[in-house]
Design a protein around this ligand. Structure first.
Ligand SMILES: Cc1cc2nc3c(=O)[nH]c(=O)nc-3n(C[C@H](O)[C@H](O)[C@H](O)COP(=O)(O)OP(=O)(O)OC[C@H]3O[C@@H](n4cnc5c(N)ncnc54)[C@H](O)[C@@H]3O)c2cc1C
Ligand code: HEM
Length: 371
């Protein structure tokens, strides 16, 4: 661990146990000095309270090598235009962050810590600002919901079409989505489930989480004709057209969405690469898109699909977590891997791939949560 990383981690332990208070102070500083910034944030702040602060702390602490995260930070800055964030807001937020840390760390705080947080924040902010400035697209697109279909208890598949300008993206990427009619100012990321097409339609697969604000609205309340807002595409889980290696896709639940988009892109040009899809879910009901996958596999001889259930003894097929199932097949020494699903699913699959000695450079993944 470098010196900067050590200072950041060490100083965070001074306030870690008082995170709620730090967050309360942080937002109060921002809104008292700049009341006009309040309207950028969700209407109800208590449940959401830790979202921005938590995100900044994670970014500052985990980006030990900001250059490695250059593209992610540029995309994040571009994406922040959807919140109406302007370059001058970064100083306000950075100042509030340092004030909050100083206040709650008390006497143990030092100039060295101050410098470390200030430096790390500024490097990140600079990359985000330059990403935002370089973007010539609108901050977000209005998109009309064209179809909305419930596929299981908690899962909906919907399509929509951006109204003003086409939204250019690559299969495997994701976007932030807001359903302003139901949950204004709450944005969550969802992966496009189709490759870009001439009609400009975009498909999403969404699972409603128990207490989930946006996912429940998208699954249970959104109707055909509603308008959504969609921000700039992000993510690097895309196909390398030059690679000649065979492909393994591992999807958990609605993590299938970007994998479906990748398969669709492959149907347009692939003749030579075998593509193996492992699709896992808790039970049969959650294998919501299996009939579609089976149809594709029947049509394209290079595609094979292995479904699996981890908690459904009556399912006729593979049993167990999708990572375990994958390990029963193989060998996988010379394949390109794409992994998509909840953070626990992605983590356990990455562990299995490490045990199978798959080189990390061959694995692309986006997780539905922190990793
Ligand atoms: C890159 C990326 C791509 C994504 N793509 C998709 C997609 O295609 N389809 C899709 O359905 N989702 C996808 N997600 C997840 C999505 O962004 C939201 O996190 C999810 O829909 C929950 O949002 P919410 O507002 O409903 O829940 P929130 O209101 O944010 O959270 C409500 C409660 O649920 C808990 N919770 C949040 N996330 C999870 C989780 N994953 N598992 C269990 N509990 C959780 C929280 O701790 C909280 O208690 C993706 C996430 C990322 C980061
Ligand atoms: C180093 C600087 C910053 C980093 C790393 C950062 C990162 C993030 C991340 C990862 C999220 C959650 C993802 C999302 O909802 O899209 C988020 C949310 C948000 N950010 Fe930033 N951000 C930074 C600076 C700013 C600034 C300067 C503003 C302007 C005031 C801002 C406003 C917001 C808002 C309004 C949210 C949504 C909050 C919520 O839903 O509760 N961010 N940020």
């Amino acid at each position: 661990m470098g010196n900067l990383q050590r200072l950041l981690k060490e100083s965070w332990t001074l306030v870690e146990e008082q995170q709620d208070k730090v967050a309360g102070y942080f937002y109060a500083r921002i809104f008292l000095s700049n009341p006009h910034l309040r309207h950028l944030f969700p209407v109800t702040m208590d449940v959401q309270r830790a979202r921005l602060l938590g995100a900044i702390v994670t970014a500052v602490q985990s980006l030990d090598d900001p250059d490695r995260f250059e593209e992610y930070l540029r995309q994040l800055g571009r994406d922040h235009r959807k919140f109406h964030v302007e370059p001058e807001h970064y100083d306000v937020v950075g100042g509030a962050l340092l004030e909050a840390l100083r206040t709650f760390a008390g006497e143990s705080w030092s100039i060295e810590y101050d410098q470390a947080w200030g430096d790390a924040y500024n490097v990140i902010a600079k990359k985000m600002i330059s990403g935002a400035e370089a973007d010539t697209n609108p901050a977000f697109w209005h998109a009309e919901v064209l179809t909305h279909e419930r596929r299981s208890r908690d899962i909906a598949v919907m399509t929509c079409r951006p109204l003003q300008y086409p939204l250019e993206y690559r299969a495997g990427q994701y976007v932030s989505v807001e359903a302003p009619r139901y949950q204004p100012r709450l944005w969550r990321t969802y992966s496009m489930a189709n490759a870009p097409n001439k009609e400009g339609t975009i498909e999403f697969h969404v699972r409603a989480l128990g207490a989930g604000w946006v996912s429940s609205a998208l699954v249970r309340r959104v109707q055909v004709g509603d308008l959504l807002r969609i921000a700039a595409p992000m993510g690097t889980m895309t196909l390398d057209r030059k690679s000649t290696r065979d492909v393994v896709c591992v999807a958990g639940g609605t993590g299938l969405a970007p994998i479906k988009a990748l398969i669709e892109e492959l149907t347009r040009y692939n003749r030579t690469r075998w593509v193996h899809v492992f699709f896992g879910a808790k039970d049969r009901d959650d294998l919501y898109d299996l009939p579609e996958l089976n149809k594709l596999a029947a049509r394209y001889p290079w595609l094979s699909v292995v479904p699996a259930c981890s908690e459904d003894r009556n399912f006729v097929g593979e049993q167990g977590n999708i990572g375990e199932v994958l390990a029963r097949y193989g060998p996988w020494g010379d394949h390109d891997f794409f992994v998509s699903g909840s953070s626990s699913m992605v983590k356990s699959t990455l562990r299995t791939l490490a045990e199978l000695k798959v080189p990390a450079v061959r694995i692309k993944y986006d997780t539905f949560g922190d990793i």
